[in-house]
Design a protein around this ligand. Structure first.
Ligand code: MN3
Length: 211
């Protein structure tokens, strides 16, 4: 763990080497995206919460408490972006397994019409997200859905459980793909999705509902 500016919130280590996702995502993109963008969200969040009760509040709770509050917008944006990026890195893995298994595969079949439709709809949500944002596979009250959020907005502030995400801010792909967002999105969906991580999120979501 590295702690920018010794603040309470930390930049978690990447789950792989920076070149691990090549050629889909270059080491240079990961170096900038993680080392500059993600780090800056954590650093700014630490500056913003310094000396407040938020400094002792878990990150997910900071996000929920500041969502949709205009006077807390800066804290929300940096907290949600810090969380979204840490989640995003875990959604990627190379080499990825070709397809999900277990209950996740069953739910993709029953809720989304199968893996091919999942891929098409996830890509479409990512491509159609206007401007900066995120595409998500979420569990909403026991049903899987594909959706997108704008800017820093995150499912954990909207009462759904995220299973997978793709960052579609331009900084996520411009160095490697210039303006070709669909090419980036389809390459990530076909070659990098971490199905084991998505299954873990689904299991946790099911356990929370059963509790
Ligand atoms: Mn990003």
């Amino acid at each position: 763990m590295t702690t920018p500016d010794n603040g309470p919130f930390q930049l978690p280590p990447l789950p792989w080497e920076q070149a691990a996702l090549e050629p889909v995502i270059s080491a240079r993109t990961i170096g900038l995206h993680y080392g500059k963008h993600h780090r800056t969200y954590v650093t700014k969040l630490n500056e913003l919460v310094k000396g407040t009760a938020m400094a002792d509040t878990p990150l997910e709770q900071v996000i929920r408490e500041t969502a949709e509050k205009p006077d807390q917008k800066k804290i929300f944006n940096n907290a949600a972006q810090a969380w979204n990026h840490a989640f995003f890195w875990n959604c990627l893995r190379a080499p990825a397994r070709a397809q999900p298994s277990g209950t996740l595969a069953q739910r993709i079949d029953s809720d989304l019409g199968g893996l091919d439709k999942f891929r098409q709809q996830f890509a479409q949500a990512a491509i159609d997200c206007f401007g900066s944002g995120w595409a998500w596979l979420v569990d909403r009250n026991g049903k899987l859905e594909l959706t997108a959020t704008s800017n820093a907005m995150t499912p954990i502030a909207q009462g759904t459980t995220p299973l997978l995400t793709i960052d579609v801010w331009e900084h996520a792909y411009y160095v490697d793909y210039e303006n070709r967002r669909p090419e980036f999105v389809n390459a990530v969906i076909e070659r990098l999705l971490n199905w084991d991580f998505a299954q873990q999120q689904l299991d946790r979501s099911s356990q929370r509902k059963a509790a």
